[in-house]
Design a protein around this ligand. Structure first.
Ligand code: SF4
Length: 475
């Protein structure tokens, strides 16, 4: 029997990227195979996000595009999961009756069974759970990269930021037992994984469910004991829970990378109060200072919302002030987006779009100038770059491969055939020769370390293709 093919379309945050790895793993363990590029899959799964206003429009737009495709491919099935499914539930079937399955954020494991039931009963299936039954980490996973993996330490969030819908859709925080997390990390390292990213909506609150305040710092230190694990990252921490023991654990644990992504959202105390972010500007900058003292080379990035209801020009200037003080390596800046169902959506003082847009452009300019200036300081430095799968490939002409430095900066490295052709998962040591606002270039290759991750990820085809370059090059 010809196996049915599948395609998973992922929207939103790292949590969703990780859930999509599980959805792929679940379908493959149920006998499905991934559809190849350009092929119409027998099953298309939308793993949705509900954070931004146009998330709904985009989903229903994509679903309507599939109507003619489904009509000309009998037996094709469409499934919708993720945060928007958890929020809209039956509304999805009312708006898009050609959808076969709707499942929520707490029961992704049900997908294969629901697809089968929909096929046999020829009737759409919907299953939404209001709380998590089993931690999704026990589900099969299909990772995109052999050398890196996400590991969930918690799901859900106990905070109530007024612009955010996540707690309503992912529930209150549930923490995994540290033993389970470390067992999964060891298993991944045995599989050749070099880098793990510990994931949680509020990763550094880890342990709150079993009342252990310093559990996250201890978890980082425990990861330091795992031989073969070269790089540990985590996302996303909340400034309120960013305690000194975590900073010490980062600084004192060799394989915890000097990199921190810590959402600021706003630099204004008035706006932070309206956002219910339970920290203020001085605490945020205080953490940045402590991190920089403990790890002078740390790269710090952030998320910022511009145009939150009630934000005055003076408030906005406070955000610009923090960006100047914090000297972020990168700032993901968003225009405030009214999210039905959140307290902020009905707050007075909604900001006109053109004012938001103007502030957004001004802030991005400041943030980019700083990121570029910080990158320029690294020219002449030597870095170890973990080569990635086709990430940020510039173009064939440059003959560079791409990957991440320990501080998670994107680096394009020249190919040096004397040193050897790297594979995704290998580590190149090279000197940075050029800095751009959002990446670095290292054209002086010093050495190439082949890793087991490179072996595991190596396809029986020429590495150059893996790296998005034309096939074999004359020796
Ligand atoms: S910390 Fe705030 S923004 Fe982040 S998931 Fe929780 S409620 Fe949402």
């Amino acid at each position: 029997m010809v196996p049915r093919t599948y395609q998973v379309r992922t929207y939103g945050c790292q949590m969703n990227v990780h859930d999509s790895e599980r959805l792929s793993g679940l379908l493959e363990s149920a006998g499905y195979v991934p559809a190849v590029q350009g092929q119409v899959a027998n099953v298309v799964v939308f793993n949705t996000c509900a954070v931004r206003e146009n998330a709904d429009n985009r989903l229903y737009g994509n679903l309507s595009h599939l109507v003619p495709v489904k009509a000309s491919n009998p037996g094709m099935q469409i499934a919708v999961g993720g945060c928007l499914a958890q929020k809209d539930q039956g509304e999805i079937l009312r708006k898009a009756p050609w959808v076969d399955v709707v499942f929520g954020t707490h029961n992704i494991g049900s997908l294969p069974m629901l697809l089968e039931r929909a096929r046999i009963e020829d009737e759409a299936q919907i299953e939404i759970k209001e709380a998590l039954e089993v931690f999704p980490s026990s589900l099969p996973t299909k990772r995109d990269a052999a050398y890196a993996a996400y590991v969930s330490v918690s799901v859900g969030c106990n905070n109530t930021c007024t612009f955010c819908i996540v707690p309503a859709l992912r529930g209150t925080e549930k923490d995994r037992r540290a033993g389970d997390i470390l067992a999964e990390v060891r298993m991944l390292v045995d599989d050749g994984v070099l880098e793990v990213t510990l994931l949680g909506q509020n990763v550094n609150a880890y342990g709150v469910e079993f009342g252990e305040r310093e559990a996250f710092g201890k978890l980082l230190r425990a990861c330091g004991e795992i031989s073969g694990l070269e790089r540990v990252r985590f996302m996303s921490p909340h400034p309120r829970d960013f305690t000194d023991d975590v900073i010490a654990a980062m600084a004192e644990t060799a394989n915890v990378m000097p990199q921190l992504h810590m959402p600021l959202q706003s630099g204004s105390d008035n706006v932070l109060q309206a956002m219910r972010r339970s920290y203020r500007q001085d605490r945020y900058l205080g953490i940045i200072d402590k991190v920089r003292k403990a790890m002078p080379d740390a790269a710090i990035t952030t998320d910022i919302i511009v145009g939150f209801p009630g934000e005055t020009e003076a408030d906005f200037e406070q955000t610009v002030h923090v960006v100047r003080e914090a000297r972020f390596a990168g700032a993901y800046t968003f225009l405030y987006s009214q999210r039905p169902g959140t307290p902020a959506a009905s707050m007075p003082g909604q900001i006109p779009h053109e004012v938001m847009q103007d502030r957004y452009l001004r802030l991005v300019e400041v943030a980019n100038d700083i990121a570029w200036a910080e990158n320029k300081k690294l020219v002449g430095k030597t870095v170890a770059v973990l080569v990635a799968n086709g990430e940020g490939r510039k173009d064939e002409a440059t003959e560079r491969v791409s990957g991440r430095a320990p501080d998670n900066r994107l680096v394009h490295v020249a190919l040096n055939f004397e040193v050897g052709v790297p594979r995704p998962g290998d580590v190149i040591t090279a000197e940075i020769t050029h800095a751009a606002p959002h990446h670095l270039v290292a054209d002086r290759v010093i050495s190439l370390r082949r890793t087991r991750a490179g072996d595991v990820g190596e396809q029986p085809i020429n590495n150059l293709v893996l790296l998005g370059l034309p096939a074999m090059r004359p020796a």
